[in-house]
Design a protein around this ligand. Structure first.
Ligand code: HEM
Length: 210
């Protein structure tokens, strides 16, 4: 029992970085092309859609790893005991936020996949700049997307901090302190990249001038 729990925990941790974390970064960088205008973004989407074995890649490198990480993540979030005693107040708050942002990310990603990828699969809807501009032509959806993006990036960045500790890479207090600063900077840069794309989709007349 204990060893299968250990294995599940390690697999959950690894999948959060490879491939789910890599995919998050790739996805936000692709979206960033929206700031250069609809054509630039649509070109990237077409390139991705032209990749060979795309359904295989999507299922085995994105969907299944994310599903495992999310389902086991919910189990951890609602059953694991809190991080008592080992760390200071700041790390305990981060530990709690890791779980909260995991749940927010799950709600956001489920909705986002439904209104983009699944619409394409079920109804053949074209995924492009106009699709996102239409979805984001509504302040409520812009706020929902902004919260979802910031929560996912926080979850990834703070998750990287704990990943490096749990895989024995950042061991001492100094390494862990430096790691805190590094992942804070990553959080700010990657959130900005994600929010700039969001701004471009929500303000199509500005895209290309950002
Ligand atoms: C964009 C999607 C996601 C990414 C990139 C991601 C990434 C990560 C990373 C890198 C970690 C750190 C692994 C470690 O602690 O060693 C982590 C941990 C965690 N994730 Fe996710 N995750 C995502 C979605 C989710 C979802 C949907 C849930 C569902 C609730 C979730 C729940 C958790 C939990 C509870 C932890 C903490 C594990 C622990 O403290 O032991 N994650 N995630």
């Amino acid at each position: 029992m204990a060893s299968s729990h250990y294995f599940n925990r390690k697999l959950h941790s690894l999948l959060g970085v490879i491939p789910v974390g890599f995919f998050l970064i790739e996805h936000l960088i692709t979206n960033y092309f929206a700031t250069r205008g609809p054509e630039a973004f649509n070109e990237k989407v077409e390139w991705i859609e032209s990749l060979p074995f795309l359904p295989f890649l999507e299922i085995f490198f994105i969907f299944l790893p994310l599903l495992y990480h999310a389902v086991y993540g919910l189990h951890i979030a609602f059953t694991a005991k809190h991080n008592v005693g080992n760390y200071g107040y700041f790390r305990n708050v981060m530990f709690m936020l890791q779980r909260v942002t995991g749940v927010i990310t799950l709600i956001y990603v489920a909705w986002h996949v439904w209104e983009t990828r699944l619409q394409k699969l079920l109804y053949g809807t074209k995924v492009n700049f106009d699709m996102m501009a239409e979805i984001l032509d509504n302040p409520f959806m812009v706020a929902f997307y902004a919260i979802g993006i910031v929560a996912a990036v926080f979850h990834f960045s703070n998750g990287m901090w704990s990943f490096l500790v749990s895989w024995g890479i950042t061991i001492g207090p100094r390494a862990q302190r430096i790691s805190t600063y590094v992942w804070m900077v990553v959080f700010v840069i990657v959130s900005t990249i994600g929010l700039m794309a969001l701004y471009a989709f929500a303000n199509p007349s500005m895209a290309g001038q950002l």
